[in-house]
Design a binder for this molecule. Structure first.
Ligand code: SGN
Ligand code: CA
Length: 519
């Protein structure tokens, strides 16, 4: 027997055993994985988490039939870094992809490679964003760079090609096509990565007229003045100051009278030029009347900021509606093909996103809205309900390997949460999380920082340029408006958290503790 066949048989045998055990049956099939990840999808806009903004019945199906993770976090709130953390199960300093300017070293160990070796068929479809070509996949069909919403360019197993239509529909079509044509005798792991709802939040023409009558509540801290938080004050992701009227809010008038940042204007123009004449006609039919009213209104100051917020929310929700519809297509496919009894479905995002909290769009900060990320998991025969333990995106790789019956390599820094999905009690689950963000100086001007979070507190150190510590009591100040670092009465908790932070830096072997003065 050759080694790869042996490996395949043992992995499949383990998986079969696992599924049989889960399902309480004597015989069963191997476990498949459908891993769906969107880009910049906030948990606030999934109705399983938050009912204020939009109904997402298909995403909610995953939560209702599986687990909703109520404390799910990332390790570095940015696209490329998150993807590298997920693939490797390691923090950014360990996988080398610390910010979006890096190139992923595809020769390193990743969970798709380990699954592939164990006999799984693997595919990666959609936004990749790691610069180097994907490795560890039998098939890959990726958007180039950030990807475009309309008629996007792809690199399909190395060959460039453009496809017509709207990106979320196309990526889902490609994923279902691959599922249909796969080798049905082997277990599979499919990574379906949406570009949506990434900036610049462009809806499918089919959804353009949705939610026109909705007015979204302004977050209570929309006019945050960032007092006591110098790094937050320095940022450039404020809806009032930085959200671009032409690019983000799509007020490019035919009379060419409205002008904003020339670079962003040019990007908006190039998005528009990608559309077919029919797509453009539908786009114009929707936006032209809004542009006309906007010009007549002559808004300034707070009125303009609040109007931009509504425009942002409308477009973002329309983009989410298309994601949810396409998730429904995937679930229906799995149902129709009798795959729901041996396929785990994961839904997550590369990070959280601000829906106007602190006055912001974008992510990057270790503050809750962007440190957290949605995580819904359907596991056949597994737990149904909430998982409240703190999990992080470095845990995905070991969880998936664990499910597939593949041994988790000892250098993986995350931990398998499969027992939590199975509803088991885990006594020694982690009590704290480590975070480290690096992309600075860069777009949106979020300073470098690292920190530790426990169930009650969050301690953050901004460094390089702004040098400041922040401490939040998440129970009394969930919106993180009051930095209590250095305040009387916080000495004990600060000492404990600093100790925990250094322990985590040591445990994960982050070189920063060796080179930085932390006071
Ligand atoms: C683009 C966006 C930014 C965003 C980064 C990173 N600008 O550069 O707003 O923060 O991506 O996002 S845009 O003008 O190109 O829309 S990430 O999710 O890919 O990391
Ligand atoms: Ca992202």
């Amino acid at each position: 027997m050759n080694t790869s066949f042996q490996r395949l048989t043992s992995a499949v045998a383990l998986t079969v055993g696992y599924v049989a055990q889960m399902m309480g049956q004597s015989t069963s099939k191997p476990m498949n994985i459908v891993y769906i990840m969107s880009d910049d999808h906030s948990y606030q806009t999934i109705s399983a988490y938050d009912k204020r903004f939009i109904d997402t019945p298909n995403l909610d199906w995953i939560a209702e039939n599986g687990c909703r993770f109520t404390n799910s976090f990332v390790a570095n709130s940015l696209s490329g870094p998150s993807r590298a953390c997920m693939l490797t199960g390691k923090h950014s300093h360990a996988n080398g992809f610390t910010d979006n300017t890096k190139t992923f070293d595809g020769s390193q160990q990743t969970y798709p490679k380990l699954l592939q070796k164990a006999g799984y068929q693997t595919a990666m479809i959609g936004k990749w964003h790691l610069t180097s070509e994907p490795t560890g996949f039998d098939h890959w069909d990726i958007l180039i760079g950030q990807g475009d919403y309309y008629n996007p360019d792809f690199l399909c197993d190395g060959k460039p090609l453009q496809r017509s239509g709207y990106v979320t529909n196309i990526v889902t079509d490609l994923a279902l096509e691959w599922l249909d044509n796969r080798d049905k005798d082997k277990p599979f792991c499919l990574l379906l990565h949406n570009k949506a709802p990434h900036r610049v939040w462009s809806p499918d023409t089919y959804d353009l007229d949705l939610f026109n009558d909705r007015t979204y509540p302004l977050p209570s801290n929309f006019y945050d003045d960032y007092s006591g938080r110098p790094a937050a004050a320095k940022q450039k992701m404020n809806i009032m100051k930085d959200m671009d009227v032409v690019y983000d809010v799509k007020m490019a008038d035919k009379e060419n009278e409205i002008h904003s940042d020339p670079e962003l204007e040019a990007m908006g123009c190039s998005n528009y030029m990608r559309m077919t004449p029919s797509q453009r006609a539908q786009w114009d039919a929707h936006y032209d009347p809004i542009i006309k009213k906007f010009k007549e209104a002559g808004l300034t100051g707070k009125a303009l900021a609040e109007w931009k917020y509504q425009r942002y929310m409308h477009d973002y929700m329309r983009v989410i509606r298309s994601i949810d519809r396409n998730i429904g297509r995937v679930i229906n496919y799995l149902k129709a093909n009798n795959l729901l009894d041996n396929t785990m479905i994961v839904y997550t995002s590369d990070q959280g996103f601000y829906m106007g909290e602190h006055g912001w769009f974008d992510k990057r900060f270790m503050y809750e809205e962007s440190f957290r990320t949605p995580l819904l998991v359907y596991l056949p025969g597994g737990k149904q309900g909430d998982v409240d333990q703190m999990v992080q995106n470095i845990d995905y790789a070991p969880t998936i390997l664990n499910l597939a019956g593949v041994e988790v390599p000892s250098d993986i820094q995350g931990r398998s949460f499969l027992p939590l999905l199975q509803g088991k009690k885990v006594k020694d689950w982690r009590k704290s999380l480590y975070y480290h963000y690096y992309e600075y100086p860069a777009e949106h001007s979020v300073c470098k920082h690292y920190g530790v979070r426990t169930d009650r507190y969050s301690l953050i150190h901004f460094y390089d340029d702004v040098n400041s510590w922040e401490l939040y009591d998440l129970k009394n100040d969930p919106e993180q408006m009051h930095n209590i670092y250095g305040e009387k009465g916080t000495e004990n908790v600060t000492r404990k958290l600093r100790k925990e932070l250094h322990k985590l830096q040591e445990q994960y072997d982050d070189p920063i503790r060796l080179t930085l003065k932390d006071n």
